[in-house]
Design a binder for this molecule. Structure first.
Ligand SMILES: C[S@@+](CC[C@H](N)C(=O)[O-])C[C@H]1O[C@@H](n2cnc3c(N)ncnc32)[C@H](O)[C@@H]1O
Length: 360
């Protein structure tokens, strides 16, 4: 759950843009930034500015949820607290960058209100999942389930009676029905011994696994996302399906033509797994809270899926503003349907749309 807001850039930064679009400069700036030998403002401006180029995509702004800063190059900063110390100016004055789970703990009282602003999109995704649930399915695992509302709606719609919510934020699951089974862990902990010991039935598999509204973007780095997808694949029953929707980095309708074009060009000249890293911030009552996230390209997802032995069964493009299915990937978020791939099997959904070919 995140979207891009306009970032005010000083005039000198705008003048730097053409320089920043040069891949060489981008790399040099990044190296200098890592070495911390430049004032961080120069480093940050030079690094993420290309991706902010022409920021006009404010169509989807709402009062509760905004991504304040785009494209920080902070893969070199190990922890959130270190990052706060390293570049506090990147955040809104009243925001503090929190670990995602802490952020959602704070956000929990406002969550349904925020979800309501994306009602059309969220409900459309739920309908698409229900329509694709294989007959005979019984069990559902929701990874990063939030308040559990959507999992319970999907389970009701698809006739699933065995529901598990994996949700590490205590406050988020507080309001879900007491009888619901909750795994209070992070997705990254799925393979841990502690979790295996806690799991009620070893070897348990699920007919449907869902990981919705860019939960994957809160998991870092890319290798960990791949590891999580692999774990989820391992929890699928033989005919089971995994549904994942992510915020699409090249969604012109959300981010505007200029910004999307800038991101695209930057990705071509200076590819890097941190290119899609963003900071999401929200109003939580009178204060703001912020956390890190990631907005994805199809190429990134395909790579992670292949590495985690998942086959892309289908990829749908869904308008983030309206929930309508779109033909071009430039027009929405990406909903993936995965199944476990058997050795040697190729993705059945090689994309032939021109923009996706460009990203490969
Ligand atoms: C945008 S909300 C989405 C909630 C729900 N999937 C929905 O669609 O309403 C993101 C959720 O992911 C959870 N989350 C954050 N980091 C996580 C992690 N590492 N593992 C699992 N869940 C995580 C948050 O606590 C939050 O509830």
């Amino acid at each position: 759950m995140m979207q891009i807001d306009r970032v005010e850039k000083p005039r000198w930064l705008q003048l730097l843009l053409p320089t920043c679009l040069s891949p060489g400069m981008g790399l040099i700036n990044r190296k200098l930034g890592q070495a911390s030998c430049l004032p961080s403002k120069v480093f940050i401006g030079a690094s993420w500015c290309p991706l902010e180029f022409g920021t006009s995509g404010t169509k989807e702004n709402n009062e509760n949820e905004r991504t304040l800063i785009i494209q920080p190059q902070f893969s070199h900063v190990k922890s959130v607290s270190a990052r706060n110390a390293a570049s506090p100016h990147m955040l809104h004055r009243s925001s503090q960058l929190l670990d995602p789970v802490d952020a959602y703990n704070r956000l929990a009282p406002f969550y349904s209100e925020i979800a309501n602003t994306r009602k059309k999109y969220l409900e459309s995704i739920e309908r698409l999942i229900i329509a694709r649930t294989p007959s005979g399915s019984r069990s559902l695992l929701d990874v990063g389930a939030g308040d559990g509302t959507r999992a319970l709606r999907i389970a009701a719609g698809a006739g699933l009676d065995d529901v598990v919510l994996l949700e590490p934020s205590q406050n988020m699951v507080r309001s879900c029905p007491a009888a619901t089974e909750v795994w209070p862990i992070r997705a990254e902990e799925l393979d841990s011994d502690g979790f295996a010991a806690r799991r009620a039935r070893p070897g348990r598999k699920f007919d449907l696994i869902i990981c919705l509204w860019n939960v994957l973007g809160h998991i870092r780095p890319a290798a960990t996302r791949t590891q999580v997808l692999g774990e989820l694949g391992g929890l699928l029953s033989s005919q089971g399906l995994l549904f994942v929707d992510v915020n699409h980095r090249y969604n012109i309708r959300s981010y505007g033509l200029c910004k999307t074009f800038g991101r695209f060009i930057y990705d071509q000249f200076s590819p890097g797994e941190a290119n899609g890293d963003v900071i999401a911030s929200w109003n939580c009552g009178i204060s703001r809270c912020a956390t890190y996230g990631h907005v994805f390209t199809h190429q990134e997802i395909r790579k992670s899926a292949a590495a985690s032995h998942l086959k892309v069964e289908e990829r749908l493009v869904v308008g983030y503003d309206c929930g309508i299915l779109r033909k071009s990937s430039f027009e929405g978020n990406l909903l993936y349907v995965f199944r476990r791939s058997h050795s040697g099997e190729q993705s059945s959904n090689e994309d032939h749309s021109p923009e996706l070919k460009l990203t490969t």
